[in-house]
Design a protein around this ligand. Structure first.
Ligand code: ATP
Ligand code: MG
Length: 430
């Protein structure tokens, strides 16, 4: 046997029955997006490396050590598998002048790639629902996106007691500059606790040090000057307007002055939805405003706000709170005891499907048809509610037997092949 090949470390296959949970989740997301007026966009998985270096920021975890970058062997182009979705979407909007007619609300489901240490809830290929409101300045849209996250959590059946909303404001450039000076002073005064990375970032990006996951630095980070204390009137008004909406709809939140997010492009509102049930992989959703990104990527000044929601973590959270999404099961499993019945069975099942019934056939080659007993086993395992048994005697009378697989008290009965459209309605999953 040839040497077996394996998936790349940290990259997962999603197979049945788990894939059914993904589809269930995706259907909820699609419905949510329609409800809030967000349109779907799809952009390439691969972009120029320069896009992410410019967009996310040179001195960030993602750009410094997490990107899958490579040189196109055909032409030498420097390319990167996207580590997040926003930069690519903004690039597309600028390239196509898509905001010509006004602002846009868009969303995308994306695979993203980061070279991190794989563990539960942290992978090298993972998936996000990415939501962006482009061209909107007002704090109402920031609040709208926070509410969308809550609505999704509710739709998914996740109790609010298991999640919390953390909110902060990163202010504007001049406010961050004043804060930055104070931060550097603070960090310099505690140089003995800084790790190598923090020392390196002290001058280039001190704000990033606040985002450290190093426990030895937590106390020092806790005591650092808070950006909140450097915010001017306009930034505070923006934050208060967001809070006003959250208060009005009774959505609780915690102001977390340490919340800075791992990407450089944020300003004003930043937020995360966090759970205690997933250990240090507890952030299920994070986002914020990025009013400067369009310009940074060569576009016209365009205010915008967005968030990314980690699908794997959301599914882990669903499991942790005991929500088991329904698996995709057919309405009907067709049992075909002998090859002679196959053509009639196929034709009948096709009529049922046309009438909206989900039918799974017991497909098989001549040698591996399987006895009635093994076919019933497969029918049960499929989760179907009914079995149709295409036995020779019934077929000879123009009929087929129909048996409930869920309710033993419902007697088996026969139905007329010619009237499939009539009894189809009863089999359909209403
Ligand atoms: P963390 O602090 O956990 O590394 P992050 O701030 O890097 O998260 P974002 O860039 O905001 O994450 O991405 C949005 C969401 O994607 C996160 O809230 C999380 O749910 C999910 N996510 C981030 N990194 C991973 C990963 N390596 N594997 C799985 N999901 C991830
Ligand atoms: Mg990260």
């Amino acid at each position: 046997m040839a040497e077996s090949l394996r998936a790349v470390k940290g990259m997962n296959d999603i197979l049945p029955p788990e894939s059914a949970r993904w589809e269930w989740f995706e259907a909820k997301v699609r419905a949510l997006m329609t409800r809030y007026g967000y349109a779907n966009v799809r952009t390439p998985i691969v972009e120029s490396t320069a896009l992410f270096v410019r967009g996310i920021g040179e001195v960030t975890d993602i750009v410094e050590k997490e990107m899958y970058s490579f040189t196109d062997s055909m032409n030498g182009d420097k390319l990167t598998l996207r580590p997040e979705a926003t930069a690519g979407i903004v690039r597309a909007m600028i390239e196509h002048n898509a905001l010509y007619n006004g602002p846009m609300r868009v969303w995308s489901e994306v695979s993203v790639f980061r070279h991190e240490r794989p563990q539960k809830g942290r992978y090298r290929q993972f998936h996000q629902i990415d939501v962006e409101a482009l061209g909107f300045k007002g704090p109402d849209v920031d609040a709208e996106q926070i509410l969308m996250c809550r609505a999704l959590l509710v739709d998914l059946g996740i109790p609010m007691a298991n999640v919390r909303l953390e909110l902060n404001s990163l202010g504007q450039a001049d406010e961050r500059l004043a804060h930055r000076a104070a931060l550097i002073k603070h960090f310099e005064a505690h140089a003995e606790v800084l790790d190598e990375e923090a020392k390196r970032r002290l001058q280039s990006n001190p704000l990033r040090i606040l985002d450290t996951k190093n426990p030895a630095m937590q106390a020092m980070v806790e005591a650092a000057p808070k950006l909140m204390d450097f915010l001017g009137e306009v930034s505070l008004a923006h934050l208060n307007a967001v809070r006003g909406v959250l208060d009005a709809v009774g959505l609780e939140y915690r102001i977390n002055p340490r919340l800075v997010r791992g990407l450089d492009y944020y300003n004003l509102t930043v937020f995360e939805w966090v759970t205690d049930l997933l250990g240090s992989q507890g952030t299920v959703c994070g986002g914020g405003r990025y009013d400067g990104l369009f310009e940074q990527l060569g576009g016209k000044p365009t205010p915008a706000v967005g968030f990314g929601l980690g699908i794997e973590r959301m599914l882990l959270l669903l499991e942790a709170v005991g929500v088991l999404p329904p698996l995709n099961a057919p309405d009907v499993y067709a049992i075909v005891p002998s090859a002679d019945a196959m053509t009639t069975a196929m034709a009948t099942c096709e009529a049922l499907r046309t009438a909206g019934v989900n039918v799974q056939m017991h497909g098989a080659g001549a040698e591996s048809w399987g006895g009635i007993k093994s076919q019933f086993k497969r029918a049960d395992a499929s989760g179907a509610r009914f079995a149709l048994i295409f036995g020779a005697d019934e077929l000879a009378r123009g009929e087929v037997a129909c048996k409930s697989l869920r309710d033993a008290d419902v007697p088996q009965r026969t139905v007329k092949l010619a009237e499939a459209a009539v009894w189809a309605a009863e089999l359909r999953n209403a």
